[in-house]
Ligand binder design. Structure first.
Ligand code: GTP
Ligand code: MG
Length: 282
């Protein structure tokens, strides 16, 4: 399977990545805790050293907690600064704010009460990551209000946008930036299952069959996964006139259930050395 999706605003944003990175001291690299390796923006580690970069694992509420701990250990062992966040627990974002804003200079007793405007230095951070990983949401939680538009659909943020999060902190929201060539192999299935690319850019039935097998909802054979999907379609009443199920609707329903955590807290990747991607042909 290969994902084919190149919206114009993402192509532009990719070209501007280097320029964006040069505009801030900090880079917040957001990935999805349910597939932290596959959902990372791979060129970032080469472009920005770990001292300037915080790896944010979003959707911590939907990921398997034990596997999330293993992923955190795995990334820390590689020298990364890591923070796991979850939308249902705003305090989980505090560690990011602490790292980004240096302690204020201690006020001299004699000066207390005088506004020390000159001492307030503004920290700037740029948020980057694949589409729909939760970049704008992260900014909104840190700003404690809705400043950036968010949606459960890949490709929501159209262009870079500076957002003032607090007195000493400004964050640049950016559109998700995908690798240039078509994404292939296992990574394509992982990104598709998580909804990090448009649902129109991949064959949904194929991804649903893969997910059923991956989650162990049926035996390892393709037939078994397809039969399990048939049963789900019937249970959901997605039956066509001829008596067969609406395959596409059934597949999408399963993907939605997984993405919303209705199947439980599930992580699709285990921390192991990354597999090399199959070489692009033609
Ligand atoms: N459950 C849960 N949902 C989250 C979390 N973070 C973000 N979301 C949801 O994920 C969806 C995508 O979030 P956005 O902030 O729009 O993602 P983005 O990276 O800005 O997406 P683009 O602008 O399309 O690149 C939204 O529906 C958010 O509510 C989280 O920690 N937990
Ligand atoms: Mg966004």
């Amino acid at each position: 399977m290969e994902i084919r999706w190149q919206p114009g605003h993402l192509v532009r944003a990719r070209r501007e990545l280097r320029l964006l990175l040069s505009q801030a001291q900090w880079v917040l690299e957001v990935c999805d805790a349910r597939a932290p390796q596959a959902s990372r923006e791979r060129r970032l580690a080469e472009l920005v050293p770990p001292e300037r970069r915080i790896l944010v694992l979003s959707h911590g509420d939907l990921a398997d907690p034990a596997l999330t701990r293993r992923w955190v250990d795995h990334f820390r062992a590689q020298g990364e600064q890591v923070q796991v966040v979850r939308l249902d627990r705003p305090t989980s974002y505090q560690g990011i704010r602490r790292r980004l804003t240096p302690p204020r200079p201690r006020q001299d007793a004699a000066l207390r009460g005088i506004r020390l405007g000159a001492h307030v230095t503004v920290q700037r951070a740029v948020v980057v990551g694949l589409p729909n990983v939760g970049k704008s949401t992260l900014i909104n939680v840190l700003a404690r209000r809705t400043r950036a538009r968010t949606e459960a659909r890949a490709g929501t943020t159209r262009g870079p946008q500076w957002i003032r999060v607090s007195e000493g902190l400004e964050i640049l929201d950016t559109p998700g930036i995908l690798a240039p060539a078509g994404i292939r192999g296992e990574r394509a299935y992982l990104l598709a299952a998580l909804g990090l690319v448009s649902d129109r850019s991949f064959p949904v039935w194929e991804v649903a069959v893969w997910l059923v097998t991956r989650l162990g909802l049926a035996g390892p054979e393709r037939d078994e996964a397809e039969e399990a999907l048939e049963r789900m379609g019937r249970r959901w009443g997605l039956v066509a006139k001829g008596g067969g199920i609406h395959a596409e609707q059934t597949a999408l329903r399963l993907l939605q259930q997984f993405r919303r955590g209705r199947l439980g807290r599930l992580t699709l990747e285990r921390p192991e050395p990354p597999q090399p991607e199959p070489a692009a042909s033609g």
